[in-house]
Design a binder for this molecule. Sequence first.
Ligand code: PAF
Length: 294
Amino acid sequence: MYPSGGRVQTVTDLNSLREAVDELRQSGTIAMVPTMGALHEGHMTLVREAKRHATHVTASIFVNPTQFGPNEDLDAYPRQLAEDQAKLEAEGVALLWAPDVDAMYPQGFATSISVTGVSEGLCGASRPGHFDGVATVVCKLFNQLRPDVALFGEKDWQQLAVIRRMAADLNLTLPCVDNIIGVPTVREEDGLAMSSRNAYLSNAERASAARLNQAMREAIARIEAGADVAQALDWLTGELAAAGFGPIDYVTLADAANLHELAETPAAPARLLVAARIGTTRLIDNMHVEGKSA
Ligand code: PAF
């Protein structure tokens, strides 16, 4: 039975982290939930799922500057360490790694991991350099914390694909690619995917934002019923524009594993992926689409 409650040990320097990890390792396995903080129910679902996979659950909070573009929301990104610590404590998380930027990227830092292919379209196209920043920091987080298992939300479907590709290509062992676990997206009652960025939405934007997932479900029903894919995606784009979304970065049907764009009703399970802005907030979502043969 995983312990609930108790103080979460928070460490901010690598030496203390190494000692804390060594100590946890002596009494069992380690699961890690990497985050940028501003924890919501989506993150806490990852933490609860993590308890099923290891003796100890650890988390990281680091707002990673290298995955933000020059005109993105790095400065505005919500930071609330004390609240986050309380949430992790309530779930019995053993260790929180919360380095500052200098600890993560000391003077002279000069390495970047670039995963080609799966990182190039979708968010990779609209956020150049984003996935290099993600792959690099996640590889560092894995090396720093050495978890047996790591958990990521499926809301960032492309991110998960990039991390799995990196782990396989670099023969990472802690965690190995098979121990990188995707956890289904947690949604608000009206379907909006939970995200730390939802906090940016005004009341009017929040009301319109619900249409994103509702319209995606309707488009999926059309595709699964055999509608022309291009027409279904055009319809979805129109619905989002009518709800106040714009610009719309992409509305794409893709192979669930390699993210290659699909122009026709898929034979195998696929993914409908959308990124669109409402006001100044960029929202992403993705959902499963059943293949023709199912
Ligand atoms: O998904 C996130 O919160 C971030 O991209 C991650 C994986 C913690 C890397 O900074």
